[in-house]
Design a binder for this molecule. Structure first.
Ligand code: SF4
Length: 492
């Protein structure tokens, strides 16, 4: 099993440890800069990129506004095509449904297509507790699973690993899970991919149950869509007799015509390709072709609560392309694990606190894991205004108080930092609305400037610990204006 994010510290503490890891920073910098440049070139090829982006935004907004209607339509379409639809309100219910479906087949192994929804609900761990082994088949997910690690990127979950580390993981762990790595495995990408292929092939040929997520669900026909680069997903989707797909309810699009937009924007934004090497689509079951039994588990797990928030709901437009991670200066330095969730980076900073609430230390810290530079918004193919949602969620944290751990319990209390911020704002309002007091204060500050501390005391210490305080000028601006232009421009 992979490690889980349970018990992770708040973002500042986790990030502090991560930025000291120079190997991690080197791996991340190299990978994100490479993907970022390739994406920019792929997007620049399209004259109508901005129109596609706005179309994707509109389609998603429309669908979310009428989500109830489209979900019912999807259920009817899937059922008519021979599939069975299940509704899961939360992670526990989804895990229970999947475990029961697997047990009903009599199998104790499943092969998995890379799926963020199943990571979100910790399905592998829930199945393991029931004696069912789940094997990840996406190459990066395999690296994470064999390394007993956690994913750190939406698209490239093992982005924090370099090829030497991957070779060591394969050599050390593969034998315990199935076919061992070849003797003296080199760390060249082709050899590593070959070792993974041989290891996975026997699992594909043996497995009777496949578990997947989906990138999209088309309501009008009940078709599910998975896009991927390796072909391992297609093996999982076609070889097993039973296929169970766990999909978030926001992954729906009304029609095939709507899908067309996302099949252009997703590959360019994620892998910088014009189209994904493998686009698998299936509609229920078909005699003699693919799985004979198909179950669709529709997952809520905080999504309807997110939908109720007028500002925050735009996060549900996300198509998980990861472009926002690759341009984020905070992600590049802190890495994905610091976000304490399967959804790292800017999208994780707004999605996790909405899906899970801001009641925990880690979730209350995530809206602050950003410099608000706006690069994420610029690249987002569905125009999610991530900085707007971050600020909105900060308000929610401040209003709701800050999560503090007391023993094994977490409670909310008004945060000291925020109380100090509120007091500073009140003082500023008082001074700025009294010109005489402001002028006297400025003169006093100028005359005593040599005595000013270089760092702020109290709660301001953290702020000034990483910034230079601006020097106070020897003469206040108003006095300088009066002295040099006094009377001419009427300034007094
Ligand atoms: S928020 Fe936008 S850029 Fe980030 S993963 Fe989602 S769709 Fe991609």
């Amino acid at each position: 099993m992979s490690g889980t994010f349970v018990g992770m510290p708040a973002f500042p503490a986790a990030a502090r440890a991560a930025v000291r890891d120079t190997t991690l920073r080197g791996n991340l910098r190299h990978a994100t800069h490479t993907i970022r440049a390739k994406r920019a070139r792929a997007v620049a090829e399209l004259d109508d990129w901005e129109r596609l982006r706005q179309a994707g935004k509109r389609i998603k907004d429309h669908t979310l506004r009428h989500l109830d209607r489209y979900l019912e339509q999807l259920e009817e379409s899937v059922t008519a095509a021979g599939g069975v639809v299940h509704w899961a309100a939360d992670a526990d219910e989804a895990n229970r449904i999947v475990a029961e479906l697997v047990r009903a087949t009599g199998e104790t192994e499943v092969v998995k297509v890379k799926s963020m929804a199943t990571q979100e609900i910790a399905l592998n761990e829930a199945l393991e507790a029931q004696g069912i082994h789940a094997y990840e088949t996406d190459l990066a997910e395999l690296i994470v699973q064999l390394g007993k690690d956690r994913p750190s990127h939406i698209l490239v979950p093992a982005i924090h690993r370099n090829r030497g580390e991957i070779r060591d993981i394969f050599t050390r762990e593969m034998g315990a899970w199935g076919r061992p790595a070849p003797e003296g495995l080199p760390d060249t990408p082709a050899d590593l991919a070959d070792a993974a292929r041989l290891h996975l092939r026997e699992k594909f040929l043996r497995a009777k149950v496949g578990v997947s997520g989906a990138n999209f669900m088309v309501a009008e026909t009940g078709t599910l869509v998975v896009v991927e680069s390796e072909g391992n997903g297609r093996m999982c989707l076609t070889l097993p007799e039973t296929l169970i797909s766990v999909v978030g309810i926001e992954k729906i699009v009304p029609t095939w015509q709507d899908l067309e937009v996302f099949l252009q924007t997703l590959p360019r934004s994620s892998t910088a390709e014009r189209m994904n090497p493998y686009t698998s689509m299936w509609t229920g079951t078909t005699d003699g072709d693919g799985p004979r039994v198909f179950h669709l588990v529709l997952l809520d797990n905080g999504r309807t609560d997110t939908l109720a928030d007028e500002v925050g709901r735009q996060a549900l437009r996300c198509i998980r392309c990861s472009a926002c991670l690759n341009v984020c200066p905070v992600y590049e330095r802190a890495g994905g694990h610091a976000y304490g969730s399967v959804y790292p980076g800017p999208i994780g900073a707004i999605l996790s606190p909405q899906l899970r609430g801001t009641g925990s230390e880690i979730d209350a810290s995530l809206p602050y894991a950003s410099s608000l530079c706006g690069a994420c918004y610029e690249v987002c193919p569905v125009a999610i205004d991530i900085p707007e949602v971050l600020v909105h969620l900060r308000e929610r944290v401040v209003e709701g108080g800050e999560a503090v751990r007391e023993g094994s319990k977490v409670r909310l209390r008004p945060a000291k930092g925020h109380a100090a911020e509120r007091a500073a704002m009140r003082a500023a309002r008082w001074a700025l609305s009294r010109p005489g007091a402001l002028r006297a204060g400025q003169r006093l500050a100028s005359r005593t400037r040599r005595l000013h501390p270089r760092t702020l005391p109290g709660p301001g210490r953290a702020w000034s610990g990483t910034r230079d305080l601006p020097p106070v000028p020897a003469e206040p601006f108003r006095d300088w204006w009066q002295r040099t232009r006094g009377g001419k421009d009427g300034a007094k």
